[in-house]
Design a protein around this ligand. Structure first.
Ligand code: SF4
Ligand code: SF4
Length: 136
């Protein structure tokens, strides 16, 4: 059965310059499309991929990535902001790879554009009042 899935890959610093993803084509017979790629401030690599191929090849490819040390996250996870908790401190602005947070210079409030969010989870740890929430 053929599948096509969107996932987020988190690369630890030691793997950032390794040709890991290209092996999905060569060794696992999968096609991939890089939708977005970022480096986070602590130099973790973050890549949003669309992978397609046969289910058995997909499963093997995912196992290979995991064994290599790549953390894989499904894009079906959802990150939301609890508006009552947000203090508009701005701690999330610089750490969000796709720039989903923006300071409104007039109101001094931090706006959150959930359409840009990749559900990478970085803002969850960084938000002092724990206003950002991950839903599975
Ligand atoms: S870090 Fe948390 S509290 Fe501060 S602006 Fe961002 S979401 Fe709001
Ligand atoms: S989870 Fe947070 S840091 Fe990651 S993309 Fe979404 S808003 Fe930005």
């Amino acid at each position: 059965m053929a599948v096509s899935k969107r996932i987020v890959l988190h690369f630890p610093r030691r793997l950032v310059d390794q040709p890991i993803v290209s092996r999905l084509v060569k060794d696992y017979n999968l096609d991939f499309n890089i939708l977005k790629a970022f480096f986070t401030p602590d130099e973790e690599g973050l890549m949003v991929l669309e992978i397609s191929g046969e289910q058995k090849d997909y499963d093997k490819g995912i196992r290979y990535l995991t064994e290599t040390g790549v953390r894989i996250q499904s894009l079906s996870q959802d990150v939301t902001r609890n508006e009552e908790r947000c203090t508009h401190c701005g701690a999330c602005i610089s750490i969000c790879p796709p720039h989903a947070f923006k300071l409104d210079l007039v109101t001094r409030r931090v706006n959150f554009d959930d359409e840009k969010c990749l559900a990478c989870g970085l803002c969850i740890k960084a938000c002092p009042p724990r206003a950002m929430e991950l839903h599975f």
